[in-house]
Design a protein around this ligand. Structure first.
Ligand code: FES
Ligand SMILES: [Fe+2]
Length: 367
């Protein structure tokens, strides 16, 4: 089951254009396009006549005409023209979804449209900020979306899976600071300090003091041969948004206290959108606050991070296949799982609340 009453990233804003775009979101086929005035539109990608994919149709002005028998839909999802007749039967419509352009993405609301408030769209403002340089990308993964959330909330895997770019021994060897459900106190020294906090957010932090830098940051920040203080400040918000304030500063120059003058900062945002129970859309962005005009550095980071995430994709797809084959095979938890376990608790509780099912705690209290 998916959490419905949330904003999800559906596309990069520039993918939504004057050609129909098909994408499955939370198991529902959706067609996207833009009106002539530039308004983004999303509705059900299933014609109400004989269930042809509307994304195989064509735009006629602001309307979408089904490519099979020519029914024409206006942006509200209502049929306004049928070839060879003057009236539209009852039921001549498809479901429309709220869709908003923000932070370079198109954000979709798959739940009750009455509850959709654009003010609740997560803050990804460094994607569109004059002091930050943007790189970003997309990956499709054949795995359950929570496996990618787990992956991001436990970065010890960098040491083993990403040794060529962002991993080194210190990530796995340095324990996390205590996980603080519902508190973003550790972010008070972070550019993420303005994130809207919720009782369902999870923040986890790891500081690696006076270590050699990982390969990608050594190169991008010019730290080769010098030790650094390195940080990973993770923040999760439901349903599946993860931010990582990640960077390094010359060792001993005050980064843990909030002085990053001798450092470089990246803000990774992960927009994880379930496609089905067995697949996901991964929209990522990786803005930085140094050498922002350096196009060669854009390319270095774009390639480095893309290749890093391909390593995750291979691992998560393999993991998902094994879990599907033997769902009841035993597993163990280790210390590094703490943030991911907290996140799973929050998501499981919200799913139960959405389904109207009491949590085990509530049942126990009532007995
Ligand atoms: S299926 Fe769309 S017009 Fe017939
Ligand atoms: Fe990874």
């Amino acid at each position: 089951m998916f959490l419905k009453n949330y904003w999800y990233v559906a596309a990069f804003a520039d993918e939504i254009a004057r050609e129909p775009l098909a994408r499955t979101i939370l198991g529902e086929p959706v067609v996207f396009y833009r009106t002539e005035a530039g308004e983004p539109v999303a509705f059900e990608d299933r014609c109400c006549h004989r269930h042809a994919p509307l994304s195989l149709g064509r735009l006629v002005g602001d309307n979408l005409q089904c490519g099979y028998h020519g029914l024409t839909y206006e942006p509200s999802g209502t049929v306004v023209a049928i070839p060879g007749q003057t009236t539209v039967p009852n039921g001549g419509m498809v479901r429309k979804y709220p869709l908003v352009d923000r932070w370079r993405f198109g954000w979709i609301w798959m739940g009750d449209p009455e509850l959709a408030n654009p003010d609740d769209i997560p803050e990804v403002r460094f994607n569109d900020h004059p002091d930050w340089s943007y790189v970003g990308g997309y990956l499709h993964m054949d795995c359950h979306y929570m496996l990618l959330v787990d992956n991001l909330m436990d970065l010890t895997h960098e040491t083993f899976l990403h040794a060529k770019t962002i991993g080194n021994v210190h990530v796995a060897e340095t324990p996390l600071a205590k996980v603080q459900p519902g508190s973003k106190e550790p972010l008070k020294i972070s550019p993420l300090q303005d994130l809207v906090d919720t009782k369902n957010s999870i923040t986890a932090t790891r500081w690696m003091i006076d270590i050699e830098p990982p390969p990608l940051y050594a190169k991008s920040g010019g730290f080769e041969g010098r030790n650094v203080d390195r940080w990973q400040l993770l923040h999760f918000q439901p349903p599946s948004h993860v931010w990582l304030d990640a960077g390094v500063a010359a060792a001993g120059t005050g980064a843990p206290e909030g002085d990053r003058k001798e450092g470089i900062t990246h803000i990774l945002y992960d927009g994880i959108t379930p496609e089905t129970e067995d697949s996901l859309h991964y929209f990522w962005s990786f803005p930085r606050n140094y050498n922002i005009e350096d196009k060669a550095l854009d390319d270095l980071l774009q390639t480095g991070i893309s290749n890093t995430f391909l390593e995750d994709k291979e691992m998560l797809e393999g993991q998902h296949a094994l879990m599907k084959a033997r769902p009841d095979a035993p597993r163990i938890d280790i210390n590094a799982d703490a943030p991911a376990v907290q996140v799973r608790r929050v998501v499981d509780r919200l799913i139960r609340e959405q389904a109207g099912t009491p949590s085990p705690d509530m049942v126990a209290a009532a007995e």
